[in-house]
Unconditional design. Structure first.
Length: 81
């Protein structure tokens, strides 16, 4: 039995417009949001914050999920909260 590798993305079934996902760790997110890593750890316990990916002992956040989380919390006045 011979296994052949796809010659291009279309043969592999991937969409040509697909983009590689970028992941950041909790320290990078903590720096971005001016929070401590411990705050992010607490948020994960209680289900707050953006979705995360657990790979072994490492926690990573998809940058796209972080950006969605930020957009969903963008407001123009305190009355919107």
């Amino acid at each position: 039995m011979q296994i052949t590798k796809p010659q291009n993305d279309e043969e592999a079934g991937a969409k040509p417009e697909s983009v590689e996902q970028i992941f950041i760790d909790e320290n990078a997110l903590a720096t971005r949001w001016h929070k401590s890593p411990k705050t992010l750890q607490n948020w994960r316990v209680y289900g707050h914050g953006p979705p995360f990916v657990k790979l072994g002992r490492s926690v990573r956040y998809r940058l796209s999920d972080v950006e969605v989380h930020e957009r969903e919390r963008t407001v123009r006045s305190t009355s919107e909260l």
